[in-house]
Write a new protein. Sequence first.
Length: 172
Amino acid sequence: MDVQVRSFFLKDDGRVPNNPDLPVIFYQNAYDGDPGPGPDSIRGSFSGHGWTNSWEGDVFDYHHYHTNTHEVLGVVRGTAEILLGGDAGERLELKPGDVVLLPAGTAHKKLESSDDFQVVGAYPDGMEPDLKERDPAEKAAAKNTISNVPVPEQDPVFGDDEQSPMFHKWIK
């Protein structure tokens, strides 16, 4: 597995809080496979590392975020361009085998995708995510909740490996 890891912070854009303490982590080529890894393979990997309450499907085409939990998205098939962090945020091109680790508060939306685009999503310790949309009136309360979300015990891709990107980049 030739995994390329990139991380970046997203600033509060006035309408979504994003996460002031933890960066987004983008694992390119986290899973091998042609035409792509199966959903059971990704779900099993996430689950084996404590990221459960998984689902299969698409990414919403509007800005949304979760204040009470982090989220991981693993691409099963197809391609997509997603926007993270609000209108002036970071664009990512996703393909099968890629994984995006979103810290609590990170706004995300799909801009475009192939017809067959599919992801598996999951949450640490099976958390049940809340769903928030852009609303400046809720942002102050959201920031407080986001700051109290703990760092998970395991990286969704690398587990408890001490070399895990999450352990080196998600430090509170």
